[in-house]
Write a protein that binds this ligand. Sequence first.
Ligand code: OSB
Ligand code: MG
Length: 371
Amino acid sequence: MRIERLELRRLRLPLVRFFETSFGRVTDREFLLVTMEDDGAVGVGECVADANPFYSAETTRTAWHIIAEFIAPLVIGRSFDHPREIFGALAPIRGHQMAKAAVEMAAWDLFARQQGLPLAAVLGGSREAIASGVSIGIQDSLDELVERVQIERAAGYRRIKIKIKPGWDVGAVERVREACGDVPLMVDANAAYRLEDGDHLARLDRYDLMMIEQPLDYDDLRDHATLQRRLTTPICLDESIHSVRAADEALALGACKIINIKPGRLGGHGPSIAVHDLAAHHGVPVWHGGMLESGIGRAHNIHLSTLPNFSLPGDVAASRRYYAPDLIDPEIDVRSDGTIPVPGGLGLGVHLVPDRVASATLETLELPTRP
Ligand code: OSB
Ligand code: MG
């Protein structure tokens, strides 16, 4: 595979429904698409950085800068035998995992198409459908929260995650348990608590939650390890697992019992497979997180979720929960049993609808830039 050209595109899409986490409410989503070309073959990746640096330090504009000025010169005109070489080729650039992932993942799609294979096969996955869960944001009232949980359960989703923050935590879980019984339930705090809140968080232990995701600070493994010893509920780490090494340290410290894998947070499919394998080696299950992706990122997530240690339902749900219409055709849909079939065909197995992409586009850049 020889990377001839990249196209960078910044887009914005309105969300079907607002999404609120401990770091705020969003009503639309800004993201980048990276298109990679080699001799007429094309691969696409999505950069999951947001317009703001609240979930991670990266933004759509830092990713644009890093891809255009630093990543493109390292890959354009170069040949790679396999896309797993790309992340290593980007090692001179410190951090900026989401920028790296967008390019790396486009290369996996391109490579799979050139090989005449579905992306899942190239990634090493085998299942033909994935188990799907949903992430439900903070609502305006507990009644609305219960209503959302009921709607998603009726749609078939295999587990429910609710976002929590101080003031919207134990009471919200109690209310959902009262109204919805023993649904498979977990919570995600997006780093909203401190170790001093340990006694308060331990009140969640009585609700039989599958896990509590990222209760403490985004880069804090030590306090998570301390907190895990005080909780019976398993801790799952999201934000903290920003590299294969961080995963290794978290497992060594006992900072978590479950890992959320997001290829954007780790630098692409290559490092995600490494974390998947490492967790499996420790007997730790993983599941696939979500970043409110458009159809391109969503399709990448589905293919990656076919690896064997993705043994818990993830946050990869149907397109229509997010965008109407999505950028791709056909959309990603969930079946009534809560599974999503892996798109067939070559590479991602989905295609962009050009006029939808055009109307969502804010700016584009071709690399190398034309004189
Ligand atoms: O913490 O998992 C998270 C969305 C944006 C940023 C961070 C997170 C999320 C979600 C939504 O929970 C997952 C999804 O439905 O895509
Ligand atoms: Mg999370």
